[in-house]
Design a protein around this ligand. Structure first.
Ligand code: LLP
Length: 434
């Protein structure tokens, strides 16, 4: 459910015409819907209202402080994976006691920053990291709460690059070894406090069974730890719930909630979640302008002013993002104001099969391949849908392209929440040798 809809054949973000934003802010630009973000958080949080829980929105997914602030104001904690994300989260108003810190490679300065901030816990991913946190905490005369991220060896049935809970993945510690590490920490690492057990098996997961399999394994670990006198207060089951990009049917958070609650009944823990995509994915679009169209010998190309540096997902994972026209190409106009769905054949509407590509000098720079599309012409605006998660946050300056502007729409108003970068931004911090 999102609030990017057509009114009289024009695409709106809530009550603001996307065309108006593109005219004022320029393209490419990301547009987020405040109402969609807030609604997604509420839907997730409500799914667990009957049990003790803490939602820790995963900052990496959409890290703009305006987006973070919406979740934080609604009561969310945050899942961070770097000092930079901690900095952003604090700027956005996060409560340190609701911060969990994941990631396989936490640096010493980052651990120190998190300890000084007083975060809830570290999700520890290796025995060496556990010892490092103990050492740094001792130096700072602090205690560090921790969970071990266990690798439950569960197939999340998702893209291999975003599957994280298999033995061959770099994440977490194998379950038996993890138990030994908790015992070792209890006996030897005096600056650590065991608080939880953590696992995160992957992303864009559209079935419930992998989550349930992982839960069964973590429950066994908690039982084993308790039998050894190690009390566990939190069970962090990570993020991963998928969304609809095309025709995937992902479980609604309420369904996911029911399954998780049933599986953890009587466990006596506070559940922690680190959702990201399900909060932000369908709450954002990337708007691009058509620069040129050309007919190759084999293919039609629509060349737009956004590129893989703005939205890397299609190039990296071959991901599908729906593409819609911001205003209908004229003529002919559609009668009656129904949604102009360009992925379906519309009588009378010119259609072609084309690749949508960006200006970057790589063949991997595409947003769609062999897609049935309206006959976009130079100057037309297109919306690349479901770009709110892992969109801007994975963008780069490749080909020396300034990063796009980000805009938040709230009702009938919009604000630029990140200025488009300038050429000067591109060389910030660089110098020529004397
Ligand atoms: N917690 C941890 C420890 C994670 O590594 C991630 C995502 C999340 C939570 C949030 O997962 P979500 O609820 O969004 O599935 N760039 C890829 C996705 C990478 C996922 C990285 N970890 C993409 O664009 O599909």
């Amino acid at each position: 459910m999102h609030f990017f809809t057509y009114k009289k054949n024009k695409l709106y973000a809530e009550a603001v015409a996307v065309e108006r934003i593109a005219k004022e802010v320029g393209t490419p630009c990301y547009i987020y819907s405040h109402k969609t973000l807030a609604r997604h958080y509420a839907a997730f949080d409500e799914a667990f209202e009957s049990v003790p829980h803490l939602v820790c929105y995963s900052v990496k997914v959409n890290s703009n402080i305006a987006a973070l602030n919406i979740f934080i104001k609604a009561g969310s904690g945050v899942d961070i994976v770097s000092g930079g994300e901690l900095f952003r989260a604090l700027k956005a108003g996060a409560n340190p006691k609701k911060i969990v810190y994941s990631g396989v490679g936490k640096r010493e300065d980052e651990i120190e920053y998190a300890l000084k901030t007083g975060i809830l816990m570290f999700n520890v991913e290796s025995p060496e990291e556990l010892r490092a946190i103990n050492r740094i905490a001792g130096r700072l005369k602090r205690k560090a709460g921790f969970a071990i991220r266990v690798n439950p060896d569960v197939d999340a049935k998702t893209h291999p690059y975003i599957s994280t809970g298999l033995k061959e993945n770099k994440f977490g510690i194998e379950t038996n070894q993890a138990i030994k590490e908790y015992v070792y920490a209890k006996n030897k690492l005096k600056n650590l406090i065991p608080l939880g057990v953590d696992c995160h098996i992957g992303s864009q997961i559209t079935e419930l069974s992998p989550f349930i399999d992982a839960l069964k394994k973590t429950k066994n670990i908690i039982a084993s730890l308790r039998s050894k006198g190690i009390e566990i207060k939190y069970l962090d089951i990570g993020g991963g719930l998928g969304i609809t990009y095309k025709d995937e049917v992902a479980p609604h958070p309420s369904k996911y909630g029911k399954a998780v609650i049933d599986e953890t009944k009587g466990l006596g823990v506070t559940l922690i979640f680190e959702p990201g995509r399900v909060m932000a994915g369908n709450a954002g679009i990337l708007v691009a302008k058509v620069l040129y169209t050309k007919q190759g010998t084999e293919k039609n190309f629509i060349i737009v002013d956004a590129a893989m540096n703005d939205l890397a997902r299609p190039s990296l994972y071959g991901s599908y993002h729906a593409i819609k026209a911001v205003t209908p190409p004229a003529p002919p106009l559609i009668k009656g104001g129904r949604e102009w769905d360009f992925n379906k054949r519309v009588a009378g509407g010119g259609e072609i099969v084309a690749d949508v590509v960006g200006p970057i000098c790589e063949s991997g720079d595409f947003f769609a391949k062999d897609r049935e599309l309206p006959e976009f012409k130079s100057g037309d605006l297109m919306a690349i849908m479901s770009a709110g998660a892992y969109g801007f946050s994975m963008s780069s300056n490749y080909n020396s392209r300034p990063r796009a502007a980000e805009v938040m729409v709230k009702g009938n108003k919009f604000s630029v929440i990140r200025q488009r970068e300038t050429y000067n931004d591109l060389i910030k911090g660089e110098k020529i040798l004397k």
